[in-house]
Design a protein around this ligand. Structure first.
Ligand SMILES: *[C@@H]1O[C@H](CO)[C@@H](O)[C@H](O)[C@H]1NC(C)=O
Ligand SMILES: *[C@@H]1O[C@H](CO)[C@@H](O)[C@H](O)[C@H]1NC(C)=O
Ligand SMILES: *[C@@H]1O[C@H](CO)[C@@H](O)[C@H](O)[C@H]1NC(C)=O
Ligand SMILES: *[C@@H]1O[C@H](CO)[C@@H](O)[C@H](O)[C@H]1NC(C)=O
Ligand SMILES: *[C@@H]1O[C@H](CO)[C@@H](O)[C@H](O)[C@H]1NC(C)=O
Ligand SMILES: *[C@@H]1O[C@H](CO)[C@@H](O)[C@H](O)[C@H]1NC(C)=O
Ligand SMILES: *[C@@H]1O[C@H](CO)[C@@H](O)[C@H](O)[C@H]1NC(C)=O
Ligand SMILES: *[C@@H]1O[C@H](CO)[C@@H](O)[C@H](O)[C@H]1NC(C)=O
Ligand SMILES: *[C@@H]1O[C@H](CO)[C@@H](O)[C@H](O)[C@H]1NC(C)=O
Ligand SMILES: *[C@@H]1O[C@H](CO)[C@@H](O)[C@H](O)[C@H]1NC(C)=O
Ligand SMILES: *[C@@H]1O[C@H](CO)[C@@H](O)[C@H](O)[C@H]1NC(C)=O
Ligand SMILES: *[C@@H]1O[C@H](CO)[C@@H](O)[C@H](O)[C@H]1NC(C)=O
Length: 507
């Protein structure tokens, strides 16, 4: 159930408060997030793991940016569903998408989109963080276009990035009963940006190359698609949702509303071939796809192009398969034909996602899939065997893309400690956490006692996930925690904290 949607938020808070008197994580029917005494400002969606093969699962963390939830934000989880980092800033008017590790400036950085959702697109900015989670830089559109959209954040090398722009544009829609000079269409634009200078290296606009007649999504279908009568209701005929680049400098564009994947010349922007859609130039011999996302170049030579994509297979109005899947397709340019190499489906009966979703190919050839409008993720071996399946436990949540990466996070703030003792003389409980720290092996917990102001080591507490807890039978009026790495070095201390007789109200 969706707590806070179906129930009253006040009840939920009351339940949480009671639960948090006794537990670290609130896993109770109707409660869909974890909360923490040491960081009452952080709540994160609970991840239910229904399949996990510890032998085969790829090491690394899980990167999600759920929305359509009370807790939109960029989140990193570990393979046990523990929170590692929450970048949620409490904003409910802005959303986050596409959280991933990117190679900015030659080292691992954290990248995500943040902005306002407007129907089927967004207006915002692309944010890049250092490994201490401090902002490194922000990417924005150039050439005077509107603010950048959420649908792509693809760093093609250490300095340039591909981003999408949903740009309303005057367009003659006479054929659609809109009088001359009154029509608006949504141009599907992508730009390749040089991050240090902000310069636009390449720009492509769908309306210059793909006519509105290629759309399967009719004008005025619903308010999100638009009636074409104003810039705010421009017809989203194309719906660009991924851009990739190959070694030749050409691009691969996926458009959901034309159900077509386009290879675009990096020289002049012309369309080199169309896979799928109403005017395909490549025949599909043994498969179909529609409303697809996340089209990526995988392998290419003069005769063959291998691409991956997430086949949504549905937009509710038009279905081409009963379930969504990640697929690998091989195109033979000598015969202009293509064949399905492999299909990856969710375990069990499968999932039909009506929007969003992605397929990431990991360095060990495993596949990592985000199921888009369903808040599920899965990992598969190359042969398709599912070895991991998890779902955020509010089914109304959506997640545009999911990724798996290795990541080293070393936050620049201090570990957070909260210490509770019911009264002077009673047992003392310590809760410690460090949002985003990935190198903590254990915690050395220090405290004073009733008769001495000298700090002594109370315990060496193993790292227990996002938050670690220890209860001493004795009273310790003042405490602090020290984070220790695997190699025994000290990573940092919390502030010295006085024991409180009051537990935090978890919001
Ligand atoms: C994990 O995969 C291995 C190899 O395929 C298999 O032998 C084992 O039974 C699997 N374990 C689980 C829990 O599925
Ligand atoms: C890029 O990395 C180098 C070290 O590799 C560093 O000196 C430089 O400050 C970084 N530049 C930016 C803009 O982060
Ligand atoms: C990244 O790609 C752009 C566009 O092709 C190129 O101008 C730039 O030199 C490349 N940067 C690096 C570090 O390779
Ligand atoms: C065309 O638009 C006019 C109003 O602008 C409307 O009265 C008419 O019904 C429309 N015709 C069709 C075929 O949609
Ligand atoms: C439509 O145009 C107005 C006036 O130029 C502008 O303020 C507004 O932001 C535009 N809306 C969209 C969705 O582009
Ligand atoms: C189909 O695409 C080709 C280019 O591949 C173009 O020449 C032709 O005009 C298009 N047909 C339609 C009906 O749009
Ligand atoms: C693909 O779609 C076409 C047209 O609807 C249909 O004839 C064909 O059987 C489909 N192929 C597969 C493999 O589903
Ligand atoms: C191109 O790639 C295909 C499939 O990966 C391979 O079978 C073929 O031999 C390659 N052709 C050349 C000329 O390398
Ligand atoms: C497509 O599939 C969805 C999910 O099963 C279903 O709700 C919808 O009615 C189907 N649409 C059509 C046109 O069959
Ligand atoms: C595919 O897209 C449709 C329409 O946006 C959505 O209703 C459906 O849930 C999506 N299917 C999957 C498996 O995400
Ligand atoms: C993480 O690093 C390990 C060890 O180098 C490697 O086996 C694994 O494939 C990496 N995971 C990802 C998602 O790249
Ligand atoms: C010990 O581990 C920390 C954190 O992983 C690392 O920053 C540091 O360089 C390591 N020190 C040594 C001596 O290996």
């Amino acid at each position: 159930m969706a707590a806070g949607r179906n129930g009253s938020p006040g009840d939920v808070k009351a339940i949480l408060l009671i639960i948090n008197l006794f537990t670290i994580t609130s896993v109770v029917q109707g409660v869909e997030w974890m909360s923490f005494q040491s960081r009452p400002d952080i709540r994160a969606p609970i991840m239910d793991i229904s399949l996990k093969n510890d032998t085969l699962i790829t090491p690394g963390y899980i990167f999600l940016a759920p929305y359509e939830t009370e807790l939109p934000g960029p989140y990193i989880y570990d393979n046990d569903g523990n929170l590692v980092w929450s970048g949620a800033d409490g904003s409910i008017s802005e959303l986050f998408h596409d959280l991933q590790v990117c190679p900015y400036n030659g080292t691992d950085h954290l990248c995500y989109f943040q902005g306002k959702q407007i129907g089927g697109y967004a207006r915002g900015r692309h944010i890049i963080l250092n490994k201490d989670y401090a902002p490194a830089t922000t990417v924005q559109t150039g050439n005077g276009l509107t603010l950048s959209d959420m649908h792509e954040f693809n760093m093609v090398n250490t300095t340039t990035v591909l981003i999408a722009v949903y740009q309303p544009r005057r367009y003659a829609l006479g054929a659609y009963n809109i009088s001359k000079d009154k029509g608006w269409a949504m141009d599907g634009v992508f730009q390749e940006i040089d991050i240090p200078s902000g310069k636009v290296l390449f720009e492509w606009k769908s309306l210059d190359h793909v006519p509105v007649s290629e759309s399967y999504t009719p004008l005025g279908l619903n308010p999100v698609v638009g009636d074409g009568l104003s810039n705010a209701t421009a017809w989203d005929y194309f719906h660009l949702n991924s851009v990739d680049k190959n070694a030749d400098g050409d691009y691969l564009v996926s458009a959901r509303h034309t159900s077509c994947i386009y290879k675009i010349s990096g020289k002049d922007g012309s369309v080199k071939w169309r896979l799928g859609g109403m005017n395909a130039s490549i025949k599909q011999l043994d498969y179909n796809f529609s409303s697809q996302h996340d089209a990526r170049f995988q392998k290419e030579n003069d005769t063959v192009t291998v691409i991956s994509l997430f086949d949504n297979a549905s937009n509710i109005y038009r279905n081409t398969s009963s379930t969504s899947s990640g697929i690998i397709v091989s195109i033979d340019h000598r015969t202009n034909t293509s064949r399905l190499l492999k299909r990856y489906q969710a375990p069990g009966a499968g999932i039909l996602s009506t929007s969003q979703g992605n397929l990431q190919i990991l360095p060990n050839k495993h596949r990592f899939l985000g199921w888009g409008s369903n808040p599920s993720i899965s990992e598969h071996t190359e042969d398709g065997t599912a070895i991991f399946f998890a779902t955020l436990n509010n089914p109304k949540t959506m997640n545009y893309r999911a990724f798996r990466f290795n990541w080293t996070g070393q936050p620049s703030d201090k570990p957070a400690l909260r210490t509770y003792a019911a009264s002077p003389g009673s047992a003392t409980t310590l809760w410690v956490s460090w949002n985003g720290a990935t190198t903590v092996d254990h915690w050395n917990l220090y405290g004073t006692n009733s008769s001495s102001d000298v700090f002594t080591l109370l315990s060496r507490a193993d790292n227990q996930g996002f938050q670690s807890t220890y209860t001493s039978p004795n009273y310790h009026p003042r405490t602090y925690a020290e984070a220790i790495s695997r190699n025994g070095t000290s990573l940092g201390n919390s502030s010295v904290v006085n024991a409180s007789a009051v537990r935090v109200k978890i919001q």
